[in-house]
Design a protein around this ligand. Structure first.
Ligand code: ZN
Ligand code: ZN
Length: 423
């Protein structure tokens, strides 16, 4: 029969590498807790409309990349392609604002986009991120940036660059759009087809275009950061001042924009030179107008999202060890049928005391069992044969010291717990 394969653009995270994911996730959870963020888990799928409204119909994600399907009752559902819209949906639906006016939330989640696997893009990928809901103050923006950087610092990832910009708010963006359109209009036919489409609906996204010609044409374009209203200017100045107070280096990038109307004021990106051309490792910003877009009350909010696969890649490029492959504490080697009957009991007793223990399940010879204990790098090997059973002792090999001792059945648990747990 034909053997089945995984879907293109997905990957299996095998036992020999999954400990790195665990270590990364533990580091994220630890830092999130230090900053007083709490986890929110949302379902893997949502109504399609949540993302159409929460990301925007005109974006590539919504128009080309979402995993959208009809379920058996003909409801249109989508596997989540990003986390901000689901978090806001859950925040509004569960009335988290009624419990406390400030909610600090984080997530670690799988996301889905139907991207081109030929280009090395994953169709199931993973992100971690955070959102602060309820505060309009620049302190929340700065804490968010500091939080993202703190995760990377804990992991030991170095040489990161922080880029920031302000995209204004609804007050200053309307006149800016006009100024920008006036600049683009004389050359509009030279822009790519996507940009020509964006010109009327969302001209700010033209600044974000990766097309070489468009990048050239945009070089002299008026910058939103030069057209901020007084409130937005003050907010941006405060963000920069506080970053300096925290000794967080940054660079202003006037071309860093989030093209959607619900993004407001601060936007930021963290890049790693370990990642080559596609060097963005984390992106974030303020989105004060999204909650209303999703039918909720006005809620100022700021957040970031970071790719887990990209973070792992950056760590690898910098030769950073994420976690340690787990090391077995005890392997029980048995000789003879009678001895075999006792090993599961001892395993259970050891495990109940917190000792990482294993035995042979394949009826292997003593020699092969010893090889397996070595392969798993066991600290201690307990030998149980006919003699040991008669004497009620284990022969204990202390592997790191190439030493062998005899320990009675009565004392073995205490002996190992003392050696392993108390050390
Ligand atoms: Zn373009
Ligand atoms: Zn403004």
């Amino acid at each position: 029969m034909k053997q089945l394969k995984r879907i293109k653009g997905t990957q299996d995270i095998l036992p020999e590498e999954s400990y790195k994911w665990t270590a990364l996730e533990q580091a994220i959870r630890r830092v999130m807790l230090l900053y007083n963020f709490y986890e929110l888990r949302t379902p893997v799928f949502e109504q399609t409309e949540l993302f159409a409204r929460g990301i925007g119909q005109l974006t590539d994600i919504v128009s080309k990349e979402m995993y959208t399907f009809l379920d058996r009752s003909k409801k249109q559902l989508t596997l989540k392609p990003e986390m901000t819209a689901p978090i806001i949906r859950a925040y509004l639906e569960n009335k988290l604002y009624a419990k406390t006016p400030l909610n600090k939330i984080y997530y670690i989640a799988p996301l889905f986009r139907q991207e081109n696997p030929q280009a090395g893009r994953l169709r199931q990928f993973h992100q971690f991120g955070a959102e602060t809901l309820g505060s309009a103050g620049s302190e929340a923006d700065v804490e968010m940036i500091d939080l993202a950087l703190a995760v990377y610092e804990r992991l030991g990832i170095k040489n990161l660059k922080l880029l920031i910009n302000s995209v204004g708010d609804s007050t200053c963006r309307i006149p800016y759009k006009k100024t920008l359109q006036e600049y683009i209009k004389p050359n509009l036919d030279k822009y790519c087809a996507d940009c020509q489409r964006r010109f009327h609906e969302n001209p700010i996204r033209i600044l974000d275009c990766k097309n070489e010609t468009c990048i050239q044409l945009n070089q002299q374009a008026p910058k939103i950061s030069e057209c901020l209203c007084d409130d937005c200017q003050t907010h941006f100045d405060q963000v920069k001042l506080q970053l300096r107070q925290l000794n967080i280096p940054f660079k202003e990038d006037p071309c860093l924009v989030r093209g959607l109307d619900y993004y407001t004021r601060t936007v930021f990106e963290i890049t790693s030179d370990a990642l080559g051309a596609q060097n963005s490792i984390c992106g974030g910003g303020r989105y004060d107008l999204l909650a209303e877009e999703l039918g909720g009350m006005p809620t100022p909010a700021v957040g970031f999202a970071a790719g887990i696969e990209r973070t792992l890649m950056a760590a690898e490029k910098q030769n950073i060890q994420l976690g340690q492959p787990p090391r077995l504490d005890v392997f029980i080697v048995s000789l003879g049928d009678e001895a075999k009957k006792h090993t599961l009991f001892w395993l259970k007793s050891l495990r109940a005391k917190g000792v990482h223990a294993e035995q042979d399940f394949l009826g292997r010879s003593v020699k092969a069992q010893m090889r397996e204990a070595n392969r798993q790098n066991a600290r201690f090997v307990l030998l149980l044969g006919e003699n040991e059973l008669k004497e009620k002792v284990f022969s204990v090999k202390i592997m790191d010291q190439s030493k062998q001792v005899e320990i009675s059945f009565n004392d073995i648990i205490d002996f190992l717990v003392k050696q392993i747990i108390d050390n």
